[in-house]
Design a protein around this ligand. Sequence first.
Ligand SMILES: C[S@@+](CC[C@H](N)C(=O)[O-])C[C@H]1O[C@@H](n2cnc3c(N)ncnc32)[C@H](O)[C@@H]1O
Length: 286
Amino acid sequence: MYRNARRQGTVQDSMNATMNPNKALWEKGDFTRIADTMRDSGEALVRQLGITGGMKVLDLGCGDGTTAVPAAQLGADVLGVDIARNLVEAGNRRAAELGLTNCRFQEGDATDLRGLSDASFDLLVSIFGAMFAPRPFDVAREMVRVTRPGGRIVMGNWIPHDPTLVAQVLKTSSRYTPPPPDGFVSPMTWGVESPVIERFGVAGIPAERVSFLRDTFTFNFPGTPAAFAGVFRQYYGPTMNAFEAAEKNGRATELQRELEQLFESQNKGEGSTNIPATFLRVTVVR
Ligand SMILES: C[S@@+](CC[C@H](N)C(=O)[O-])C[C@H]1O[C@@H](n2cnc3c(N)ncnc32)[C@H](O)[C@@H]1O
């Protein structure tokens, strides 16, 4: 009985993933392998957010908790929501291993946060998370809806055409991937001020309550830049898709070389890999 239920669940999950390419993209890889290199910056960012004990925090597109876990360690009551089941499971494992009873993770979609009540969070954090959801106007509306009046939304978004690592990885990956379907809105538009103001404006937030600053996340990897590029090839959904397409038309070696050069050129470390990447930090006062 239990085995059948499990099997049915598995079939249903793969059908969901097939029907929802956004979910499939992030469940395909294992973002925990990249997130492991982002912990110091996640903690540093969270320390700047004025988190106090008992504050209700939603981490949207939380992965395995790069920002959710340190927010809970500062005493907040944290819910992490992510579309990828494997990352939600990894987040709950991390919280349990760390003995954090004030940090839990559940599956959910930033475009439709059903089940989360209006005005129920003091702070909504989404670092390189909600930017990857489709339908950005729905995402802005949902983020505003679940944040209490006077509360804050803090997003971290990669910036299009930025010369640093992640913007360049995504740009390179997209050059090798088949064109997206009609109507696709690039996640990178969250890294440009005017669309961000427009999206929150439609959600009822005047422009003067939206502020921007350029910030840095640093990736620390205990190996060579080429090995770190290999981690992206093996575990980062957008890069995995690019390699899949490149392998079909004999361009995988070219893509590999391009990424290795990129990672080498961005590395500031000696003996290990240390790569700073610029992002747009968006703060919205609800
Ligand atoms: C680049 S990872 C960042 C994860 C985490 N915030 C961190 O900094 O380690 C992007 C995350 O957004 C999640 N995501 C993508 N689309 C989403 C959606 N529609 N709703 C919720 N999460 C989503 C992915 O599953 C993934 O965990």
